[in-house]
Design a protein around this ligand. Structure first.
Ligand SMILES: [Zn+2]
Length: 236
């Protein structure tokens, strides 16, 4: 007889699914078992909670729904998002979309980090419809991320899709895994950047962008390429 069977009081019950007492109770009550919801129920038990109490009984369903939405970027096709909104133009001035709100989940703690994203590029002969840039930010934010990679993915995708002369992406974020857990500076803001093409090669272009963002005082942290070591304390 296995430990699980003793706990469940059902001899010979396979441990694998549903795997926990709460899962079994739930299955007996509803006649079904959803693997992800069962895991969330196990998590609640592991945290010392009673997943069957009134306030929590529908929590696994809600958490599954919300996590599925918050990671929907894995299942979104970039080309579908851009949906043909790439236009040929005779225009080579800097295009800036700033203060794009974004919300993402830190892959180390599954806690939110969120803030503002600023995007600039200098077209060579193609532009992206302006409203598509925040959508692009959403696609990559709605995944498990680290801020540096998120910043780089947005910049690289713009480069790949319209081959501009340069792309710059700056992200400023608050990480709840730092502020809620009281790790180091609770009000600190992590700033990451990805500078490609002319933004990487020409200091004046880079500075023009940063000045337009009024972030020039932070230019010290916005040198070449994505910054590092600004993330949550991953090992804790
Ligand atoms: Zn974290």
């Amino acid at each position: 007889m296995t430990v699980s069977a003793i706990v469940n009081g059902v001899e010979g019950l396979p441990i694998a699914e549903p795997g926990t007492r709460s899962g079994l109770v739930h299955m007996q009550r509803t006649g079904t078992i959803d693997p992800m919801q069962d895991l969330i129920r196990q998590l609640l038990s592991g945290l010392g909670e009673d997943p069957e109490r009134e306030g929590l009984v529908n929590t696994p369903k809600r958490v599954e729904k919300s996590l599925t939405f918050l990671t929907s970027g894995y299942r979104t096709d970039i080309d579908e998002v851009l949906n043909g909104a790439l236009f040929t133009v005779d225009y080579s001035e800097m295009v800036i979309v700033k203060d794009i709100d974004f919300y993402s989940l830190c892959e180390h703690h599954l806690l939110p980090f969120f803030g503002k994203c600023h995007v600039a590029y200098i077209p060579s002969n193609r532009v992206i419809g302006l409203s598509k840039i925040p959508r692009l930010v959403d696609v990559f934010s709605r995944r498990l991320q680290v801020q540096e990679r998120l910043t780089g993915q947005i910049a690289e995708t713009i480069r790949e899709k319209i081959a501009p002369l340069g792309v710059a992406v700056v992200m400023e974020a608050t990480h709840l895994c730092m502020s809620m857990r009281g790790v180091e500076k609770q009000n600190s803001c992590a700033v990451t950047s990805s500078m490609l093409g002319t933004f990487r090669d020409v200091a004046r272009t880079r500075m023009e962008f940063l000045e337009l963002l009024q972030l020039s005082s932070r230019a010290g942290v916005l040198r070449r390429g994505p910054s590092t070591n600004l993330e949550c304390i991953a090992e804790e």
